[in-house]
Design a binder for this molecule. Structure first.
Ligand code: MG
Length: 267
């Protein structure tokens, strides 16, 4: 199927539509393609690996950067993890460790949050206020049968917290402690693992054959999109590439361009 026949265009956010969420300067080639797709009546959505911010926060950033985008088309690792739980067990009780963004997404999608047993899912996002009690309870619940979910998959990340700029331990490192304590392996709902893409497509109500994924990173966007069976477009951006472990996933895009304006005549 040609690009012209595709119905949904799913864009990465950081370094694809905008520089990054802390510096949301838009790329002009992305804005031109976005506008063109809009005029052609294509469905547009975004999928970001960020789990610290809620979909609402990401949506406000993108709308202010000039992208015409609704909240229900703004997907994050948090919304995909919520979809993962709801599609498997809508009544499942979930103990969530998160700084706040994923909590808003879980509430928005109707996940039943709980702080006491029984717990069906333990979901872990980055949380710089995490306590020993929370970590210990999470491990206990996993040991007694709860499924373990990692919301996105950063080992560490740069940031500023309570006036202090540093590299911080990410969700993958917190999950590693629980995996080590319990012997249970987590499901990672984050690029490049295909679950984040599959759940997002399902939430949006499309089939994989109808979807194009556009991103800047072969090891996250392209690998995840390919693994989920989508058509992939890679835009080469020389700076600001975040490193991911794509394991043995296919990182070869269907289309590779130096500017997204090259895609416009194909649609
Ligand atoms: Mg990116």
């Amino acid at each position: 199927m040609s690009l012209e026949d595709k119905k949904l265009w799913l864009f990465d956010v950081d370094n694809t539509l905008i520089h990054d969420v802390e510096n949301p300067k838009p790329f002009s080639d992305s804005q031109k393609l976005w506008k063109h797709l809009n005029e052609k009546g294509k469905e547009l959505a975004v999928l970001t690996n960020v789990g610290r911010l809620s979909a609402k926060q990401v949506n406000v950033i993108l709308v202010e950067a000039g992208y015409d985008l609704s909240l229900d088309r703004t997907l994050t690792a948090g919304t995909a993890a919520a979809g993962y739980i709801i599609s498997r067990n809508p009544d499942g009780r979930c103990f969530l460790i998160s700084e706040g963004g994923a909590r808003d997404d879980f509430v928005h999608y109707g996940v039943k949050l709980a702080h006491n047993p029984p717990i069906d899912y333990v979901a872990i996002g980055a949380d710089r206020g995490l306590t020993y009690q929370h970590l210990n309870f999470a491990a206990k619940m996993v040991r007694s049968g709860a499924a373990l979910i990692c919301i996105s998959g950063s080992r560490d990340y740069p940031g500023e917290f309570l006036g202090h700029r540093d590299e911080f331990l990410g969700e993958r490192s917190i999950v590693a402690a629980i995996e080590d304590a319990t012997g249970v392996e987590a499901t990672i709902v984050g690029k490049p693992m295909p679950e984040i893409v599959r759940e997002s497509i399902m939430l949006l109500g499309f089939e994989k054959e109808d979807v194009v994924l556009v991103g800047d990173n072969p090891a996250s966007d392209v690998a995840g999109g390919n693994a989920a069976g989508l058509t992939t477009v890679l835009v080469n951006r020389p700076d600001n590439i975040v490193s991911f472990d794509a394991r043995n996933l296919d990182m070869e895009p269907d289309y590779a361009v130096d500017s997204l304006e090259e895609i416009i005549p194909m649609v």
